[in-house]
Design a protein around this ligand. Structure first.
Ligand code: TTP
Ligand code: MG
Length: 373
């Protein structure tokens, strides 16, 4: 408490100005990049995932075009189910290097506009534009960003603007695809409070259900709930989640100085007990992450597999390699060996893979040389 008071005294004098944060999220990213490369695919249901028709179609959907979504297809669903829902869809295997280079170019455009910039995944980033005078100026900049990405990269995105990262992210998701949603602080009650509580990042299905059982359905319900009652449901998360619901979110937009690890995880659309589906998913993630390492010109020493079961118990298994690698067969084999003993028939909700202790191959070789000397 005393520390906060001391910090407050250090704030510059004058009226406190709200921050202006943008969240940019590309629309159906992998699918849109494929449509850009193959314009004949425009307007068709397109699924990015192994083709279930050629016998090798296991694994899950990475993403799909909005046309495919209208049939109920979505990310993290087995491709076999996607095929069942939309048999005339076009299935394309993912081409991660193509998406990685498209992402790099989009991020470079976004960076040009930001006071501070934080990329948070292959297709989303936060921009701090607090140096702009007000929200209408930020909205004009957002329109400019959308035009710029469309004309230079032929891709569309959705943008949310708010006084913090969470409100901005909620905004970018509200009118996808192609949306621009501006939520200034005075509009939070009107625009955000009626939304389901599950729109707050971090409130998953299970937490959402627990809240609903206590009569908390919307973000507004959460914002106004009795904190004691919330603590019974959410424990230590009650205060920070209620703060987010009220739009109080001072988490900063931070540039990352460098990658310490690369990772992917997927929450499946339902719980699965088929080990081959999980192993296939990890194989795909290995491919994806090895491409990331190539892009970054780094190699990894430690490989970690994470499995979360239907009951939310979570196990991780890690192994360090004798020397750094970004060799796909090595990563895939290690991920398989780590995962297999964990897959004993219990239903799986989430699978993840992380490659860490990253460094360049050169520095690794140097350290071996040093050791030998
Ligand atoms: P998202 O931004 O979640 O999805 P999207 O861009 O395809 O669609 P939206 O318009 O709803 O934003 O993810 C970005 C990319 O990450 C997506 O194109 C493919 C990849 N991805 C996976 O490979 N598996 C997944 O489960 C998810 C959610 C995404
Ligand atoms: Mg996206």
């Amino acid at each position: 408490m005393q520390k906060n008071q001391a910090e407050n005294q250090e704030l510059p004098p004058g009226p406190l100005k709200h921050r202006i944060i943008l969240h940019v999220d590309m629309d159906s990213f992998y699918a849109s990049v494929e449509v850009r490369e193959h314009p004949d695919l425009a307007g068709k249901p397109l699924v990015i995932g192994a083709d279930p028709r050629d016998g090798r179609g296991r694994g899950v959907v990475c993403t799909c075009s909005y046309e495919a979504r209208s049939y109920g297809v979505h990310s993290a669903m087995p491709v076999s189910i996607a095929y069942h829902l939309c048999p005339h869809a076009i299935f394309l295997s993912p081409r991660f290097p193509v998406y990685a280079s498209a992402s790099k170019r989009v991020m470079a455009i976004l960076r040009e506009y930001a006071d501070r910039f934080q990329q948070v995944s292959i297709d989303e980033a936060y921009l701090d534009l607090s140096s702009l005078p007000d929200y209408p100026h930020a909205a004009a900049t957002a329109r400019q960003i959308k035009d710029d990405i469309l004309s230079r990269e032929h891709l569309t995105c959705s943008i949310g603007i708010g006084p913090g990262k969470t409100i901005a992210k909620i905004g970018s998701d509200l009118r996808k695809p192609g949306g621009l949603v501006v939520i200034p602080p005075e509009k939070i009650e009107e625009m955000v409070y009626p939304l389901p509580a599950g729109r707050i990042p971090g409130i998953g299905k299970k937490t959402g259900e627990a809240l609903q059982q206590k009569g908390i359905f919307t973000i507004g319900d959460l914002a106004k709930a009795d904190i004691q009652q919330l603590m019974e449901i959410l424990g230590k998360w009650a205060v920070p989640l209620q703060d987010l619901a009220r739009g109080n979110d001072d988490s900063q937009v931070r540039e990352h100085s460098g990658s310490k690890s690369v990772s992917r995880e997927i929450t499946f659309d339902q719980d699965y007990d088929n080990p081959e589906l999980i192993l296939d998913t990890l194989r795909g993630m290995s491919r994806d992450l090895c491409k990331d390492l190539e892009e970054l010109d780094l190699s990894a020493r430690t490989i970690t597999v994470k499995i979360r079961f239907f009951d939310f118990t979570t196990v991780s298994r890690a192994r360090s390699l004798p020397c750094r690698s970004r060799d796909l067969p090595v990563i895939q084999r290690t991920a398989r060996e780590l995962a297999l003993p964990l897959l004993s028939g219990k239903k799986v909700r989430l699978a993840g893979l992380r490659l860490s202790s990253l460094d360049s191959l050169d520095s690794d070789q140097k350290s071996i040389g040093d050791f030998i000397r």
